[in-house]
Design a protein around this ligand. Structure first.
Ligand code: DPP
Ligand code: ZN
Length: 877
């Protein structure tokens, strides 16, 4: 395999302007005829051949301007097609015919069949599995697509753009023609055909364009798309208000598909979704699922401008659309729900997924410099850290200038394939800022450490904050120069209000943001009668590891009084994190887990703090996960000790809270009234279920939680109860009864059966592996379905710390074996699940040796996909 490098970027030798496709769908095959208008670019040699990409296809016919070429004019190989003797000047029409077998396509890239529905996935390099093409994002063309099929079997025929023609072909066949007037790269092409149900609605844009909205589902499921439709309309309105972006076609269609590699795909005018992010019903979907649908619907819709109207020049620029669009969907959720709760959830996600990636063998910069397989770069670093970079630009410039920069970006680059440099330049010009140092964030991998020291001079009334930033060179081997770090801060008085303090000297300060640019810098504030509490890195204004020397007393005070809600959460979370690290060390010495009474009391108090909304209180109560604790410990990790410590702490806090948590639980637990997915109601359920877990941990009693399981009026409460039973009381008779009942109730609903698999895959016992092995032979287990594979193998590998990381290595060997089987079907998913090995070096010697042996054995197997080989080899490097 070959390494692709950013430094090697060259435009294509030929430009494409128009693509006309005909798809003829039959039961056993699909015939595709693609005619592309091409032209040699100025500067391309007259004898230069045309090189097109292709993957697992063959040319049935090749023609130029209608004349079929003889086999001497073209040569197909494993990666594409080379055509020589093409016109030296002016446009010409190249026709290529291919024949596809969508039924046999288990990679779910290109054209495939899912539950009888024909559908496509082309990002990043799937279009080349449909036809030979200049399959790269900087080749933009308009598409006209004609689809022909049997009307009885395939009544619905969809592609990008607007529907311009339909009709009958005789012998029961019909056709539809779709025209997409916006030039687009091939990765945004889509086709869907089948017998589908439809939920319809309408939207009028700010300037009065009438848009027909449609969500297509498998038969009988369209009712489940109502909330998704509502989320779509709210997203459309929000993008108009917040960014001045209107929708641009007459139709916007979404299709929900059961077998899908990703969450969803933003194809122009025809988004294709994993059905998990469309279909909802209170009986079968949790509050988390509702939020997930809202987020993904918004994300894909927002791509219409950030990704589609302005796309990426090459795949190294992936963060240009993904980081920016994640930023936009985060802002949408913050506006629709609670901004602090959303920010806490985003930062938790960043630390859980991006930090370990950035600190391990799969490290890469937000804009990578090289790749072997682009599918492996749809990562938390590109998406989530990419979003943090956009957020930092906003923090540096302020809201108004940030908006001006976005406006300039849309105006200047509409219709183009752009780069990160062009994006950043828009903010420099519109905001009058120098972002050259800031741009290092795109190119230097790793999480910088930011140390802060505080010194207070009582007599002079001066506070000195000393900052030191450092970046260790990691596996990516990129630079370690100092970053421009925006540090949002506040000095908090004893009454819980920010003090206006005047900076006397040191690093630049604008408003509540300190701009750090050097490896070491200080800031001095004067005019302070007493030492304030220092609230630093408010709202997590930069993706760094913060090391401060704050006393426990200061943290406890900030957890109570910081007017910045995010930092209130962070102060408590830092204390709790340290307590869990200490408890793990104690557990390793064979001692019982304990928590400082002051910290436990702060946690308990936050649960009952009526000045905070319930969703926020639930966040305060949610302890770091076992994987989070492993990351805080960093080296020589013993997952069994972590598990014992965390469990012990939950139990101790639950016992200390006693009746207080019982009373609160009674106050917040769901009443019999109807379910509403709104943020406030969801927050009450989250708090009640968090309290229930502490209560069950403290008493060890299954009765209340089993009753909640049985009586629950919605999936949120039912699944929370089932999770507490399975994860806290795995031996209880109530647990096996509830698991059996859950399956019996929902066995025909694939998305709920996924939950049933995942909950058992994550039972925190070393012998959970035995259950997982049995489940892998269950009649409902299907490795070829990405959601199911993720629900069992993915959930086990990434969510079962003690069983995956078993001391005898059995967890590693089992996952390696499953990944290998999966690799023969679907390399993207096998490679994704394999990333669960990325933190193997953090464990104690014995586990480390087992993980290495399993990875080395896997790496040595013949015939691994490029995707899996890339992940396994980088993990071992
Ligand atoms: N569909 C995926 C996303 O929206 C990849 N573009 O992030
Ligand atoms: Zn995206």
């Amino acid at each position: 395999d070959v390494t692709i490098r950013l430094a090697d970027y060259r435009p294509t030798a030929f430009a494409a302007s128009q693509v006309e496709m005909i798809f003829r769908l039959f039961a056993d095959r699909t015939e595709v005829e693609t005619t592309t208008t091409l032209e040699r670019r100025a500067g391309t040699a007259p004898d230069e051949a045309l090189r097109l990409s292709g993957d697992e296809i063959e040319p049935a016919r090749v023609a130029v301007d209608g004349e079929t070429l003889g086999p001497d004019r073209y040569a197909a190989d494993e990666n594409g097609l080379t055509i020589s003797g093409l016109p030296t000047a002016g446009p010409f029409r190249l026709t290529i015919e291919t024949v596809l077998r969508p039924e046999a396509n288990t990679k779910l890239m290109g054209l495939y069949s899912s539950n009888g529905i024909w559908c496509t996935q082309c990002e990043a390099e799937g279009f080349r599995r449909i036809t030979y093409f200049l399959d790269r994002p900087d080749v933009l063309a308009t598409y006209r697509v004609r689809i022909e099929a049997d009307r009885a079997v395939v009544p619905v025929l969809l592609s990008n753009g607007n529907l311009t023609e339909t009709g009958d072909l005789g012998s029961g066949r019909h056709f539809a023609v779709w025209d997409d007037p916006f030039p687009k790269p091939s990765y945004l092409f889509a086709l869907v055909a089948g017998d589908l149900d439809l939920l319809e609605d309408r939207f009028t844009t700010a300037s009065g364009r009438e848009v027909a909205l449609g969500i297509y589902t498998e038969k009988g499921k369209a009712g489940g798309a109502a909330y998704a439709m509502d989320a779509l309309k709210r997203s459309m309105r929000w993008d108009e208000r917040r960014f001045g972006r209107e929708y641009d076609l007459d139709v916007f269609n979404i299709v929900a598909i059961s077998d899908f590699n990703m969450g969803a795909m933003e194809n122009k005018g025809l988004n294709v979704f994993n059905h998990k992010y469309v279909l909802l019903d209170p009986e079968t979907a949790t509050d988390g699922d509702y939020q997930g649908v809202e987020t993904v619907i918004a994300h894909e819709y927002f791509h219409n401008w950030t990704g589609n109207r302005i796309t990426c020049r090459d795949w190294f620029q992936l963060c240009l659309k993904e980081g920016l669009t994640v930023y936009r969907d985060q802002e949408f959720s913050a506006d629709e729900r609670s901004a602090p709760v959303k920010r806490i959830a985003s930062v938790r996600g960043l630390k859980a997924h991006q930090f370990p990636e950035d600190q391990g063998p799969l490290q890469h910069p937000v804009r990578p410099r090289e790749y072997r397989e682009i599918s492996n770069f749809y990562t938390s670093t590109v998406y989530d850290k990419g979003a943090e970079l956009v957020r930092m630009i906003e923090t540096i410039l302020g809201a108004d200038q940030f908006r001006a920069g976005m406006d300039l970006y849309f105006e200047r680059h509409d219709g183009e394939a752009a780069t990160v440099e062009e994006f950043v330049r828009c903010f420099e010009e519109a905001g009058g800022a120098d972002l050259s140092q800031f741009a290092r964030w795109y190119n230097q991998a790793g999480t910088p450490v930011l140390e802060v020291k505080e010194a207070f001079d009582h007599d002079a009334g001066r506070l000195t904050l000393s900052f030191a930033q450092s970046l260790a060179r990691g596996s990516a081997g990129t630079g370690t120069e100092p970053f421009h770090i925006p540090v949002r801060f506040g000095l908090v008085g004893p009454n819980g209000q920010d003090i206006e303090a005047s900076p006397v000297s040191g690093a630049a300060i604008e408003g509540d943001v300190i701009h750090l640019r050097k490896a070491e810098e200080t800031v001095v504030f004067g005019g302070l009668a007493e030492k304030p509490f220092i609230s630093i890195l408010r709202d997590f204004s930069a993706p760094v590891t913060l090391k401060d020397e704050q006393s426990a007393a200061d943290r406890l005070a900030l957890a109570r009084l910081d007017p910045n809600p995010f930092n209130r959460w962070r102060a408590l979370s830092d204390l709790v994190g340290q307590a869990l690290v200490d408890a793990t060390a104690a557990a390793r010495r064979g001692e019982a887990a304990a928590m400082e009474p002051e910290v436990a009391d702060a946690l308990i108090a936050s649960a009952g703090d009526i000045s905070l909304d319930p969703a926020f209180r639930a966040q305060m109560l949610a302890l770091p996960s076992e994987a989070d604790i492993a990351r805080l410990i960093g080296v020589d990790v013993d997952p069994v000790a972590i598990h014992a410590a965390r469990n012990g702490v939950v139990e101790a806090v639950g016992q200390r809270a006693g009746r207080r948590f019982d009373d609160l639980h009674r106050e917040f637990r769901s009443r019999a009234d109807a379910y509403s997915p709104d943020a406030a109601s969801a927050g009450r359920r989250a708090l009640a279920n968090a309290l229930l877990e502490y209560r069950v941990a403290a008493t060890g009693e299954a009765e209340t939680v089993a009753a909640q399981y049985a009586e629950a009026g919605n999936m949120t409460d039912r699944l929370a109860a089932l999770g507490i039973l399975a994860h806290r009381l795995p031996e209880a008779a109530e647990t096996s009864a509830a698991l059996a009942d859950f399956y019996a109730r929902f066995e025909d609903d694939a998305l709920v059966v996924d939950k049933w698999f995942a909950i058992q895959a994550t039972i925190p016992r070393e012998d959970a592996l035995d259950g997982v092995r049995t489940l892998a032979r269950h009649p409902k287990f299907r490795l070829a379905n990405p959601n199911r594979a993720r629900a069992l193998v993915g959930a086990f590998a990434s969510g079962n710390q003690i069983s995956f990381n078993r001391a005898d290595g059995a967890g590693y060997w089992f996952v390696a074996e499953m990944i290998h089987s999966l690799d023969g079907l679907n390399p993207q998913i096998s490679a994704r699940i394999a990333t669960a090995f990325r933190s193997w070096r953090c464990f104690e010697t014995n586990r480390r040796a087992q993980a290495r042996a399993a990875l080395e054995e896997l790496a040595a197997r013949p015939g691994l996909s490029t995707d899996l080989k890339d992940i396994v080899e980088r993990s071992l490097a």
